[in-house]
Each structure stands twice: as structure tokens, then as C-alpha cells.
Design a protein. Sequence first.
Length: 67
Amino acid sequence: MKIPGGKLGKQHRQVTRFLRRTFYKTGKVPTAAETCEANDLEIRELEALFPDGCHRGAVKIPGLRVR
């Protein structure tokens, strides 16, 4: 993973918790736009947190799969 600094920070954990909660409630992985809106982030901030992208990087951390 290309996480800046090599460690998960508070925002990383917030985003991954949101992804996991939403997946277990709906059965779907939220879009990058939904993730940004729910976590009060701009898309560029999400991209800076997860350089591999939301669905290639952020989703892997909580162990979710995009189908």
C-alpha cells in the first residue's frame, strides 16, 4: 500500500470504518463520492490519503472486495 508515512492515521481509520460499516449495512462498497461526502473530504484529500485510489487502496485495508 502506498499510504503516506507508512502508517494509518485518524482519517485513514475513519474512512475504512465507514467503508466497512456501509458494506455490512448495504452489501455494497460505497463510491468515492459517497465516501468523501460522509467523511467531509474533498476527492483530492481522499486521493492523498489513499494514493492507490479508493477502490484499489482504501477498500483493501478493511478486507472488502469491489465486484
